[in-house]
Ligand binder design. Structure first.
Ligand code: ACM
Ligand code: ZN
Length: 510
């Protein structure tokens, strides 16, 4: 069974279904979008377009006994039957069928099989940081096609950061006039280079992205990262930081100690207006507030921040950060959205219905406690699931073997699923983007979809060989096999670099 992610229940049967000129299709009207996609796929790949017929060889039918994302695919030598409760489930059956189609001796054929398949986790996410490097709308469309082929159902867009603001705002036009452009960009070889960079999505672009994703059963979760990682907004509106000093959109990476001032009510007002301006573009029930890596250095000396702490009887600067994020969490809930926050922005005073996105493995215990107390979680441990890490540090096997449910978790149902982020500090173009994502995303797909007891790395590696044909056909610049084995020296070196950066950040925070 050469399918990735591996179906959870299947039986290979003898023989093949051959795609021939007289091929016919019939479908329940509800499944028409998937049937149309299937016809288009067959026409593109084999040159043969199925004709509609009441007694057809290919049948797509509704089955209400199945779960929302489940499908059943039965292929014998004479017919193909795809059953699903929803178009969503049927779409996954189609992705499987695409992989089953092979070309042998000039004939397109499909292995006879019976598959009954549904995902392990309901949340299967990929995150793209479009702030450090901007990727235009068409590139997002291509990625949506690729991630849906891997049966992912969430695209999280990290839309704002110190290095760029990427969403149009009519109320605050300087966000894009100033905030979407930078004059310099760090390079690994030299500290910074005079490479300017810019770009943003219009509201219309975002609507098109949301619609395109929806047609492939992917929901788009926007992130406005606050109160740290906000230099682009502060460059546009300097009065929003504690120092109220003019700054540039950042050209270097790492954590900036300049943040929004959470003591200033004008900041609350402005961000409220921005969120309300864009919130309806997105149909996902979730909205990401960031909340990661917030240095509190300036808050300690800021009269407004200190007054806010005193007036509200908060637990120091950390309490102020929680107060700030809870404030926007309430705003989101008033608009029927569920807030998500990175795990370092969550503490015991964070509203109980805020979802935690866990990324720091060394604070796992704290996250497990939050989950055991009832908080819902998305798992993104960076040592395993961050796609920007070099393969020498995070080889394919390491990602594949990651188990998202910690053994100390008592209520597993609070784990919504997994998400693999791609931070793009060192990813300036599509070529590098593909290299970092693929085939590692195939390994993440199997973590998210395939039950633990069905997983085997050796089996996965064998299946990957035929998966590469798809990557080649889709012109994906995937990383080659030689990148997979861990290079121990490089790995140790990278860990040392990482520890040094963490330590520098800790010193800065103090
Ligand atoms: C993060 O990697 N700063 C969430
Ligand atoms: Zn302040």
């Amino acid at each position: 069974m050469n399918i990735i992610p591996l179906p959870n229940s299947y039986r290979n049967l003898p023989g093949f279904f051959f795609v021939t000129e007289n091929i016919t299709i019939n479908y329940s009207q509800e499944l028409k979008p998937t049937a149309d996609m299937l016809c288009l796929f067959l026409e593109k790949t084999t040159g043969i377009k199925p004709k509609q017929s009441q007694y057809a060889m290919i049948n797509l039918s509704l089955d209400f006994s199945l779960e929302y994302e489940q499908y059943q695919l039965f292929v014998d030598t004479l017919s193909i039957h795809l059953a699903a409760r929803t178009n969503h489930g049927a779409f996954y059956g189609l992705q499987t069928l695409k992989q089953l189609l092979t070309l042998k001796d000039g004939r397109h054929r499909i292995n006879c099989t019976f598959i009954d398949d549904r995902p392990r986790f309901s949340y299967r996410g990929f995150m793209l940081d479009v702030a450090r490097h901007f990727f235009p709308k068409n590139e997002i469309f291509r990625l949506i096609d690729l991630i849906s082929f891997h049966k992912f159902n969430v695209l999280h867009l990290h839309l704002t950061d110190d290095q760029g603001w990427r969403i149009e705002s009519e109320l605050y036009p300087r966000l894009t006039e100033i905030g979407s452009k930078r004059n310099r960009t760090s390079s690994r070889k030299r500290k910074t280079q005079d490479i300017p960079h810019q770009g943003f999505y219009t509201k219309q672009d975002l609507k098109e992205i949301v619609a395109y994703a929806k047609s492939r059963h992917i929901e788009v979760i926007p992130e406005i990262d606050m109160p740290g990682h906000m230099n682009a907004l502060i460059a546009a509106y300097p009065q929003t930081s504690c120092l109220k000093k003019e700054i540039e959109v950042r050209g270097s990476f790492g954590i900036s100690d300049i943040t929004l001032c959470p003591g200033n009510m004008d900041v609350y007002q402005m961000l409220t207006e921005i969120i309300i301006e864009i919130i309806d573009i997105f149909e996902s029930p979730y909205f990401h507030l960031g909340g990661d890596e917030v240095p509190k250095k300036h808050w300690k000396k800021c009269p407004l921040c200190q007054k806010m702490i005193k007036d509200n009887n908060l637990k120091g600067e950390n309490g102020l950060a929680t107060y700030f994020l809870n404030y926007f969490g309430e705003l989101l809930k008033a608009h029927n959205k569920i807030p998500i926050i990175w795990n370092d922005g969550v503490d015991s005073d964070t509203a109980a219905d805020t979802v935690i996105q866990h990324w720091k493995p060394f604070t796992r215990k704290k996250t497990v406690k939050e989950i055991n107390h009832g908080r819902k979680a998305i798992i993104s441990d960076f040592l395993y699931l961050y796609l920007d890490y070099p393969y020498s540090m995070t080889p394919l096997r390491k990602t594949y073997q990651f188990e998202p449910i910690d053994k100390n978790i008592r209520n597993k149902e609070n784990i919504l699923g997994v998400e693999a982020p791609l931070w793009t500090e060192w990813v300036p173009n599509q070529y590098k983007l593909d290299y970092q994502i693929f085939p590692r995303l195939a390994a993440v797909a199997e973590i998210a979809w395939t039950e633990k007891y069905n997983k085997s790395y050796e089996h996965f590696i064998n299946r990957l060989d035929s998966f590469y044909d798809y990557y080649r056909r889709m012109r994906v610049n995937y990383a080659q096999g030689k990148e997979f084995p861990p290079n121990i020296i490089k790995r140790c070196f990278n860990v040392l670099l990482w520890l040094r950066d963490e330590n520098n950040e800790l010193q800065k925070k103090k």
